[in-house]
Design a protein around this ligand. Sequence first.
Ligand SMILES: [Zn+2]
Length: 409
Amino acid sequence: MLRRSTSDIRRANRLDVLRRIYAAGSATRQEIARDSELSFATIANVVNDLLGCGVIVEGHFEGSGSGRPRAVLVPNAGRGLLVGVDVAETYVHVALFDLALQVRHASEHPIGPETNQPDDIAAHIGEAIDALLAEFGASKSDVLGVGVSVPGQVAPALGVSVFAPGWDWHDVPLLAILQERIELPVYLDNPLMASTVAELWFGAGREADNVICVTVGTGVGAGIAINGSLYRGTTNAAGEWGHSVVVYDGRSCRCGSRGCVEAYVGAPGVMRTLRELDADSPLLHGDDQDATIAALARAAGDGDPVALEAIRRTAGYLGAGLANLVNILNPEAIVIGSWAGLALGPHLLEELREVVARHALDRPNTAARLHLCDIPGDPVSLGAATFALEGFLDEVLAGASRTKSGRSS
Ligand SMILES: [Zn+2]
């Protein structure tokens, strides 16, 4: 097993401090020391690094009784821009963020089967960034980094899209393709990791350190944050809970296995449940997932019995899968997100809580709060932008420590 290097530990400490400042909007060194397990000396060092590269500033000083006034640390919004890109199976969402990670400008372009090859995607992203910067009155030199989330399995360190099942991509060297088109530092990851980091910094993670971010769209996953850090697993494939089995020998799944959570609660799985209940249901819109899920949510709101039964069954499969997560990981918060989860969520939640309570052990179930994602905007592009911020800090601070220690490589 690989031991964590000193630079890994420094990096983890830096992210811990940064997350606490961003999550709260502002924090003093003393507050960070109170809420984290880091020593005051470590926090002071990390804060000096972050102040040194201008990512945070000392906003104002607050009194502390008889002691010295304490500096309030805040993100330095004007230090530069970050770009967060959410490449989904049917659209590309590109957002320009300031360094406080507030959206300043954004655009969305549909993509279809004729424009979903790597070169097409890179061209879409490149054109969108150029247009956003021009409209915002900024230039590429203002951008510190671009975070790009693409569906499927990604190896960020290699810059490779290992497998995107929806597009039949295998081992695509996407980072190199993107960097050549965009001509900015690019950081690659997938929507599961991106939405979990967004949740950690700007959602449930503001109050909890052990968080599971369940994404329910066409695909299904469960991003995992443990002790305030994203858990990636050995090959960045942690959280592929959508391909854990809830029904032995059940429906075949696009991963090649059978009975996966995704085959029942992913949008196509929910549509299949609806079709099994009533093959001629007017709620079915052919293969159109968006239209069918929207119609199902509306009909459930109107009390339609077929829609309610489809929701009840979906809650059963999803709840059984969530109960497994509760028992294995003992989280503080489980957040349901992504488009189908948010559309059906209001109708699912009550039944879902009952199913989880029936199947999970009492003690971990009582500890786990289950709710819908309430991060406004596009959490995936937000998470991708935080990866760009991390990448920028890795570059400048690794450069600074090389200069300090006098090494040339
Ligand atoms: Zn599967």
